[in-house]
Design a protein around this ligand. Sequence first.
Ligand code: UTP
Length: 326
Amino acid sequence: MGPSAYPPISAAFCFHWHNLMSTTVRKAVFPVAGLGTRFLPATKVLPKEMLVVVDKPLIQYAVEEAAAAGITEFIFVTSRGKTLVEDHFDHHEELFEALAGRGRLDELEIVRSVVPDGAVFAATRQAQPLGLGHAVWCARDLVGDEPFAVILPDDLVKSETPCLQQMMDAYADKGGNLVAVVDVPREQTNRYGILETASDDGGEGSLVEITGLVEKPTPEEAPSTLSVIGRYILQPDIFALLERGERGAGGEIQLTDAMARLIGAQPLHGLRYRGRRFDCGSKVGYVAANAAFALDTPDLSVRIEAELRDLLETAQRGAPDGAQGN
Ligand code: UTP
């Protein structure tokens, strides 16, 4: 669909419109200021984004995915008590020296590669957890006047081509605003941003034209079962809409509400990405992610598979915990 299908609604939108196709995405925002209430007590002190899947914190998977997609500036939106997230990407000379001194070169390489080559990190604070939209708005000065990506680290995507790279490929073609989307069971629509679509062939890797967006609708009210996951490429015009501070579902300033307002002014597409999303903000998704990533780790897969089979067989036999396993 060509640009003329989306009449600009203001001079500002018009200006960005002409730049939509040409500007590369260099910056990614990582909102990590949520309370993580579904993971208490683990998240009483530990930020949810520092929860570990196999051997890496969620935030590191997110940063690696962004780096693989060409992002060079990494912007964390943090809150009080979330300094561990920034610390994780800090230089740790003592550890480097200790590992080098002991000849632990593999481990040295692992800790060195925590920070992608050439990466620039920045952080800003969200003073109060007023919602995802507000968290993204807090990054406005660090993002400036250019398109940017948003990654929610608790949505972990396992895929051959990193999810954000798939989106960058689609963005190079379509420009505008883009979200990654996936079907969810109808009874779960009240947990996600749900789409209303004009065209959707349902195929993996295909693009969906979005005509409406509703945050956390009830299963009865949901216009579809297609949900937004935590991957976005956005034009900077979103900041003017977030600035209004309008409260949506749950009394929070929602990113999806601001995006819904872009419809008609700028293109908004959903990418049915290839891969599997684990909602690591939920216990089921988090445990499943650990199993899936462990099964895909060469020196763990055989033993993990045996453990999982044994656990399942034991559970099916109804034996008490640990009674049969090794
Ligand atoms: P969630 O909806 O998962 O909220 O936020 P949460 O507070 O992290 O977790 P629960 O629901 O209480 O268990 C989605 C993403 O938006 C960020 C979170 O850090 C997470 O990455 N977020 C949310 C903020 O940065 N600020 C907010 O005010 C709300």
